[in-house]
Ligand binder design. Structure first.
Ligand code: PA5
Length: 447
């Protein structure tokens, strides 16, 4: 039994059954291409069996390592960018207290992030925090050569060694990278850091269920077994249901059918603010996987009702190239009712006694219908609650949805050649050896 349901009822006034059937017919073949690894990028399909191949020994090792780090750390720094931090952050923020940094108990470890930007202010402020806190860190880079985390790690390594001395610092650093390639691997070997491997056949944005995501998530005190079990449920379901009724396939088919009706921008929406980073992770997953060869749905995200007061106008009446996908959460984990007021000066007594979630759900239904009426189709992905298990289910759901959708779009969903262009320009302008000609050409353009 899976906990996810896909409701495509509210795309029906935008795409006909005939238009949908074109993509539905492709589902079984596309699942086969994925599970039999016969399509483009087939050497990056390791994520499809990560949940079923995960051993208890591996989970135990991650948990033990996490516990060792937790014991000595008030703060744990995750140094990484893109797929090397978004999955961990998505899970951690979904499952942590909304005010965890202010409410943490004495023995809790607070997770912070570095290497996902190059802001000098951010780095200096992080060091100001780390001056005052006991901390440890994971430096995560599959390639081991990405500039942002490498620069951040150089600064943080310097800080941690000064604070604790080289020997103790070594016990507070874990490296997660390729088994043999890259500068980070060389550095980790030379310094003798505890190292975890990112499997060769798992790309960065599909790596949350490897040590890349699992170690930081475990350090945050989240039950990684439950997370993996959730993902496993959807893996098993997908292996057994390689047809158009599959809830993941319904999502992929709806997206492709809408895209071919020029609904080229998808907004992933949630009414639970703790899912904000699930949307950030999803944006990278879908943006990097589909946006190539002059094609692809542009992934955006909003948290409602917050963003109804900023983006609501555009969604209701702007350019009609949008569709929405709502992650709809049936039950909150906590409970509060709207109190009755003697005076009713704010005129809210008509909803007194209702749970806040009832008002939130009403906003969700009301908004969805208004947007559909305004020309924005809606797909609804329903989960019963936010838990480690259902977040695990969502991870595999979105990964498989992305692979299906990408193959139906006839792109390779597992490469990201376009990410290199900015890197090469940056190396050239910073004076890296080997980029001299590019630097000359660029400088002429920025005079
Ligand atoms: O999905 C991908 O492969 C990329 O977006 C990477 O996650 C990102 O560029 C970080 O790369 P790395 O882990 O090699 O530092």
């Amino acid at each position: 039994m899976i906990n996810i349901n896909t409701n495509t009822e509210h795309i029906k006034s935008f795409v006909t059954d005939v238009e949908l059937s074109v993509y539905k017919d492709k589902v079984a073949k596309t699942f086969k291409t994925i599970y039999e690894k016969t399509g483009a990028g087939n050497d990056f399909l390791g994520w499809t069996s990560l949940p079923s191949e995960m051993t208890t020994e591996f989970i135990r090792d991650i948990k033990n390592q996490a516990e060792t780090l937790r014991k000595k750390s008030e703060v744990f720094v995750v140094v990484g960018i893109g797929g090397s931090y978004l999955g961990a952050r998505a899970v951690i923020e979904s499952l942590s207290h909304s005010f965890s940094s202010l409410i943490n108990k004495d023995n809790d470890t607070h997770i912070v992030y570095a290497g996902h930007n190059m802001s000098e202010d951010y780095m200096v402020e992080l060091l100001e925090l780390l001056d005052k806190k006991e901390y440890s860190m994971a430096v995560i880079s599959k390639s081991g050569t990405t500039t942002e985390p490498a620069v951040a790690f150089r600064i943080l390594k310097n800080h941690i060694e000064k604070k604790y001395g080289k020997d103790e610092a070594r016990t507070r650093i874990v490296a997660i990278t390729d088994k043999e390639k890259g500068a980070l691997k060389t550095l980790a070997n030379t310094e003798g850091y505890k190292t975890y491997i990112v499997p060769d056949n798992v790309g960065g944005r599909y790596s949350v269920l490897t040590p890349v995501g699992l170690l930081p998530i475990a350090v945050a005190g989240i039950d990684i077994e439950e997370l993996v079990n959730g993902a496993l449920t959807i893996e098993n379901y997908c292996r057994e249901n390689q047809n158009a009724d599959n809830v993941v396939a319904q999502y992929a088919v709806a997206r492709q059918a809408l895209y071919h009706k020029v609904k080229t921008n998808e907004i992933l929406v949630s009414y639970e603010s703790r899912l904000q980073y699930i949307a950030e992770w999803w944006k990278q997953l879908y943006g990097e996987s589909e946006g190539k060869d002059g094609k692809g749905i542009f992934p955006a995200s909003d948290i409602f009702t917050t963003d109804l007061h900023s983006m609501g106008q555009y969604i209701q009446e702007g350019l009609r190239n949008l569709f929405e996908t709502i992650i709809s959460v049936e039950r909150p984990n906590k409970e509060i009712c709207i109190p009755l007021a003697d005076s009713d000066l704010d005129q809210l007594n008509y909803i007194a006694g209702k749970r806040l979630s009832e008002v939130n759900h009403t906003a969700e239904t009301a908004t969805m219908l208004a947007h559909v009426d305004g020309g924005v189709p809606n797909i609804i992905i329903q989960i019963p609650e936010i838990s480690a298990f259902t977040i695990g289910e969502l991870i595999y759901f979105f990964e498989m949805g992305c692979a299906l959708s990408g193959y139906m779009l006839e792109v390779n969903p597992f490469d990201q050649p376009g990410v290199e262009a900015y890197k090469k320009n940056m190396f050239a302008l910073l004076g890296k050896k080997g980029f001299e000609d590019r630097a000359d050409a660029l400088r002429k353009r920025i005079k």
